[in-house]
Design a protein. Structure first.
Length: 146
């Protein structure tokens, strides 16, 4: 992945804006205070990654697609857990590395030969089910690169 740093930044930015697992659920081990609210031990806590990844306290111009925010020179500009499309800690997604490599290889192979252009025949609406998905199919036009 180190050989295609900008492609990796594009993938990271896409995952920031549209994390497939948009909601993370955890059970508290002990009582704590979260955002000024008492949270008892054993409580279910939901963390909406979709909102976390767009929070203006952590992201400059959070609604913009800007792969450069993941450039090495910008590391450390946000809290460690402000970006976690595969969750974090001991219960993070075990398929993270495989998923990232698959995305990188597929994007590289397609983008190397084609330009992808969205055909906006239907509105881009998101649907929050188990995973975050588009309500309607996204139609794309492929234009061969010369």
């Amino acid at each position: 992945m180190e050989a295609l740093p900008y492609t990796q930044q594009v993938i990271n930015e896409a995952l920031r804006l549209y994390p497939p697992g948009w909601l993370l659920s955890r059970r508290t081990i002990e009582a704590d205070v979260l955002g000024g609210y008492a949270v008892p031990a054993g409580a279910n806590v939901l963390l909406p990654l979709y909102l976390l990844h767009r929070h203006p306290d952590f992201w400059k111009d959070p609604e913009a697609f800007s792969p450069e925010r993941f450039a090495p020179e910008h590391e450390g500009e946000r809290p460690r857990f402000a970006y976690m499309p595969f969750a974090a800690g001991p219960r993070h997604c075990i398929g993270e590395t495989l998923a990232l490599y698959e995305m990188l290889v597929h994007l590289y192979k397609v983008a190397r030969h084609y330009r992808l252009k969205w055909v906006p025949d239907k509105p881009l609406e998101l649907e929050a089910q188990i995973n975050l998905r588009t309500r309607f199919p996204l139609h794309m036009r492929l234009e061969r690169r010369r």
